[in-house]
Design a protein around this ligand. Structure first.
Ligand SMILES: [Fe+2]
Length: 388
């Protein structure tokens, strides 16, 4: 068995209405650590319209904390957006950060924490273990069920100049508290539910077979897959189904815990160039590549895929497992109204060589169980050339 060394750093609080405990949980942190007076809430502008930001600010103020906010960033946060947040933090001088929103809010918050706490620029922290000092305590409050950023010590920030996605990871960037309130995910637009849900599913499936997988990541990955498989169709057909929303949110978080020690694989490595060059949403790009990657990795990990299928109540012969799982993912994509081909996204197959070169430079691809080379990666793109 693969050895592992995991220090859990995050307090997880799960349950309906758990956002109401934000003030109390920050007060708990204040009693354990250095005094906390001023809080900076990093949340995307959509959270104001949904009313979540006002609720968070209210429960913090009721506990006597002073609150300021940073909303000036978008999807796939960039180094420039982090710089702007650091400027706001330098003026406000917060004692604690709250990342409230989807993966963009939590990643932007972590990125701001790196630079505000440690100095320099976000590019200095690309890689693992580059923080130079302890960072501000951070509370994560996800409002989507997708990235699992609340469970990880990584921030994904794009370089504003080169558009390269930089994973910036350090144990000190891990959140001190993660509040998982499934009711917050009810306000997501349907497309966001679909895109983030497929992303979470891809995390569970990719982490389950990586070179770094270990007994702990596999336990989280398998249960994550079971929860997500049970919840995904249900939230698509009834967005108000709170039990299904709960499964999705826990599943996404558990998959995030699996990523923390197992990393990801070829579906993310091949998806990232599509996002960088054509702005294809992350969940769409990963979901489109995933069936092809399952078929590829099924050459050596059919048993693992059979285990995942068992987790969703399907017993199949091991040799059939990759095909069955790839087909199920394809059906989920179709149900979610997502594209399954480059043609469907109006992207020319003439770009495949370029994408393949980009994909080979993705760090995440190095953890794929079947070692990637240009021919294999080109083959993955060619297999999704045409379709709907
Ligand atoms: Fe992802």
């Amino acid at each position: 068995m693969q050895p592992f060394d995991v220090q859990s750093r995050t307090r997880f609080v799960f349950g309906e209405h758990s956002l109401d405990r934000l003030g109390e949980l920050v007060a708990d942190l204040a009693s354990q650590a250095s005094p906390i007076q001023r809080v900076l809430v990093v949340s995307d502008a959509g959270l104001i319209d949904a009313g979540h930001f006002d609720r968070a600010a209210k429960v913090l103020r009721e506990r006597g904390f002073e609150v300021n906010s940073f909303h000036d960033f978008g999807e796939n946060p960039t180094s420039a957006m982090v710089d702007e947040g650091v400027r706001v933090a330098a003026e406000w001088k917060p004692d604690l950060l709250v990342g409230l929103g989807g993966g963009s809010s939590m990643d932007c918050c972590k990125g701001i924490n790196f630079v505000y706490s440690c100095g320099g620029k976000i590019q200095d922290y690309a890689g693992v273990g580059k923080a130079t000092t302890d960072m501000l305590p951070m509370v994560a409050v996800p409002t989507t069920a997708g990235t699992g950023s609340e469970s990880q010590s990584f921030a994904l920030i794009s370089d504003a100049e080169t558009h390269v996605k930089m994973p910036c990871g350090d144990p000190r960037a891990a959140c001190r508290v993660a509040i998982l309130d499934p009711l917050l995910t009810l306000t997501q637009p349907a497309a966001v539910t679909a895109l983030t849900g497929i992303d979470a599913i891809s995390h569970a499936i990719e982490t389950y077979v990586t070179k770094r997988r270990n007994p702990m990541s596999m336990t989280y990955g398998r249960r994550a897959f079971g929860l997500l498989a049970e919840g995904f169709s249900a939230v698509l057909s009834d967005p108000t189904d709170v039990a299904a929303r709960s499964r999705m949110q826990l599943g996404a978080s558990f998959a995030g815990m699996a990523i923390e020690t197992s990393m990801l694989g070829a579906a993310h490595a091949t998806a990232n160039p599509l996002t960088a060059r054509y702005d294809v949403p992350h969940g769409q790009a990963v979901g489109m590549m995933l069936p092809a990657v399952i078929r590829l990795n099924g050459r050596s990990h059919a048993t693992s895929y059979a285990e995942l299928l068992r987790e969703m109540g399907q017993e199949v012969a091991v040799e059939e497992a990759p095909t069955v799982l790839a087909t199920i993912v394809g059906e989920w994509l179709a149900q979610a109204g997502m594209k399954n081909s480059l043609e469907g996204l109006s992207i020319s197959t003439g770009e495949i060589d370029l994408f393949a070169q980009d994909a080979m430079n993705q760090w995440t691809g190095t953890f794929n169980p079947i070692p990637l080379d240009l021919d294999i990666v080109r083959g993955l793109y060619r297999s999704v050339a045409s379709g709907t």
